[in-house]
Design a protein around this ligand. Structure first.
Ligand code: HEM
Ligand code: HEM
Length: 159
């Protein structure tokens, strides 16, 4: 019996029969899979979160810690884990729940981060902003969770 694990699978073939990486065409955003889109978004959140961390460390001012934490943990850590899940379980990537997750996560998180900033700096009208953003992010995780339970399985190879 052969069980296909990620490590035992053949490496992904290069697109379009290209012989080396230089021959690969640049891929348009619209042509990317949800895993690739999430990975690209995640690295942007990582750069933003790390930039904030450096600014906090440099200024010895931790006021924005809550923004830093959630940009890093929801934008980088969670998003990259979700990208890998979509990569591992293609049935999940093709579900409408994946699109709902993608948009709720990427529209909700900037609003949530702005709302946390507003709370931490005691700006007016912070509550509805942070609540709206957080609910959208929570809804995005709910879509992802439902998608896992409905679609996260791979057909096993015949024994
Ligand atoms: C160069 C990169 C980074 C720098 C310079 C940095 C800097 C900091 C600083 C200065 C604090 C403490 C703020 C305070 O309380 O005064 C902090 C907290 C934190 N950072 Fe970062 N950070 C970096 C990257 C990251 C990354 C990549 C993650 C997550 C993957 C992360 C997660 C956290 C968390 C969870 C806390 C809160 C810890 C707690 O609850 O006490 N940081 N960071
Ligand atoms: C919609 C989702 C989420 C909401 C509404 C939320 C909300 C909160 C709140 C209200 C706090 C306390 C802030 C304070 O009193 O200073 C907090 C802290 C924290 N959260 Fe979240 N959270 C969410 C998701 C997450 C996730 C997914 C992670 C990790 C993967 C995470 C990591 C943390 C950490 C490490 C802290 C401590 C930060 C610190 O030391 O200041 N959160 N979160």
């Amino acid at each position: 019996m052969t069980i296909s694990t990620p490590a035992s699978r053949a490496a992904m073939p290069l697109d379009g029969g290209a012989r080396n990486l230089k021959e690969l065409p640049a891929r348009r955003w619209a042509a990317l899979g949800i895993d690739e889109k999430l990975l690209r978004c995640a690295v942007l959140y990582a750069l933003l979160g790390i930039g904030m961390g450096l600014a906090m460390a440099g200024s010895h001012d931790g006021t924005n810690r809550g923004v830093h934490v959630h940009v890093n943990m929801l934008g980088w850590v969670s998003m990259v884990l979700m990208a890998l899940a979509y990569r591992q379980f293609p049935r999940m990537a093709h579900s409408l729940l994946a699109r709902a997750h993608f948009w709720l996560h990427n529209l909700g998180l900037p609003v949530m981060a702005a709302g946390i900033y507003m709370v931490l700096h005691q700006l007016p009208h912070a509550e509805p902003v942070v609540a709206g953003g957080s609910m959208a992010v929570a809804a995005s995780f709910a879509c992802f969770a439902l998608n896992v339970w409905l679609n996260a399985f791979s057909p096993r190879e015949a024994a």
